[in-house]
Design a protein around this ligand. Structure first.
Ligand code: OAD
Ligand code: ZN
Length: 360
């Protein structure tokens, strides 16, 4: 970590220290979980989307596209087996978030992650907005019937043992596909996301209640989440803790922005130390039985890579093709064009739409 970024972290910590009543809103993404062994989406080489290129997807984000899922659920099942909560432990940064809660300094965490590691770190649901949903509930994509968590997991396990279409979770009423309530491209974000953000924005109007906003571990490419830092009032201090400069911090930097380009766990260490919370952080690390060094994610990525290779072979296998409908390509084209029509500002646009909106 460079000296400049260490100083910037200390500056943020001093601000927090000197304003003990001020609360913090965190806006986070996959980068705060990479040290847990979960790859992020867009990092070159290691990101999930890079690895998904082996699946012959029309574009990487198709794995989270509702129309594509309806036609070909397999890639999502692959991804779900990698990301399904339960096998990972929270990072140091997650534990720092827990300390903000314990110290009564936490206003909210808006997370794009579906790994539920904020909950696992012991943070109360009242503070967490899972903007892109989670695996906790499921619904039929055809008739919207709600199913509990177990049904998808049961079928996911079956599918892992025997990857055939028969093992996809299907609705008892209409035989539609059952999918976790993870927000796909073309789906609305939870109502609670918008309602809570509106009320959090109001707290920024008043000096007494004005929070600090810390953005961490996200490329800020997926809307509407990516627009949150832009909506933060000009009087509110924003900080970015990320390996690279992103989003509005890059496009429209503000004089008061605090930029910390580093691994989020390294920043967590410094912040905890400067605020006198090092012992509490160590205790939490022991409680969660975390390794003090950042685990190497190479093995995890290799196993994903191998799984994807197997799947690629299967997709090319003419017999495997029989499992899918014969007019698949036709349907794929149709779903792609309908996707473009369904984008609105309330939904997450696909990458293509994002780059268009960004250039305007
Ligand atoms: P991305 O993969 O797009 O971005 C992760 C960001 O974190 C990048 O800017 C990395 O440089 C940075 N990063 C990685 N490791 C880090 C570390 N240890 N410390 C600090 N920074 C680190 O992930 P998101 O922005 O979260 O949608 O992606 C947003 C959405 O795109 C996801 O929620 C997902 C995907 O489509 C759904 O799950 C529905
Ligand atoms: Zn149904």
């Amino acid at each position: 970590m460079s000296k400049d970024h260490i100083n910037a972290t200390k500056k943020l910590a001093k601000l927090l220290h000197d304003n003990p009543k001020q609360k913090v809103i965190f806006l986070v993404g996959a980068g705060i979980s990479t040290s847990c062994g979960i790859p992020d989406f867009r990092s070159p080489e290691t990101g999930l989307y890079h690895n998904l290129s082996k699946l012959n997807l029309p574009y990487a984000e198709a794995v989270f596209d509702i129309d594509f899922f309806e036609e070909k659920p397999r890639p999502f099942y692959m991804l779900a087996s990698e990301l399904y909560p339960g096998k990972f432990k929270p990072s140091k940064f997650h534990l720092l978030l827990k300390l903000f809660q314990d110290q009564k300094r936490l206003q909210r965490i808006y997370t794009q992650n579906i790994d539920t590691l904020e909950r696992q770190a012991g943070i109360s649901q009242a503070y967490i907005i899972e903007a892109h949903g989670s695996f906790a509930e499921n619904h039929c994509i055809n008739c919207n019937k709600i199913y509990d968590m177990d049904i998808f997991k049961k079928h996911l396990d079956k599918y892992q043992k025997e990857p055939i279409d028969k093992n996809f979770a299907r609705c008892r009423s209409c035989n539609g596909l059952i999918k976790p309530n993870i927000v796909f491209f073309g789906e609305d974000l939870p109502k609670r996301f918008f309602a809570t953000w509106d009320s959090d924005l109001e707290t920024m109007d008043d000096k007494e209640t004005r929070p600090i906003v810390i953005v961490a571990g996200t490329s800020l490419t997926v809307y509407p989440f990516a627009s949150l830092p832009t909506e933060v009032s000009k009087d509110t201090t924003r900080a970015l803790i990320n390996r690279e400069l992103v989003g509005d911090f890059k496009a429209s930097p503000r004089k008061t922005d605090i930029i910390i380009e580093c691994n989020s766990d390294d920043a967590a260490d410094i912040i905890a130390k400067e605020l006198g919370w090092s012992k509490q952080l160590d205790d939490l690390i022991k409680e969660h039985d975390l390794l003090t060094t950042i685990p190497d994610v190479t093995d995890e990525l290799e196993s994903i890579s191998k799984e994807l290779d197997k799947l690629t072979i299967k997709e090319d296998d003419p017999k495997a093709g029989e499992e899918e409908s014969s007019d698949e390509n036709k349907k794929e084209n149709k779903s792609n064009s309908s996707k473009e029509n369904t984008q609105t500002e309330q939904k997450i646009p696909a990458k293509k739409d994002f780059s268009e909106s960004k250039s305007t």
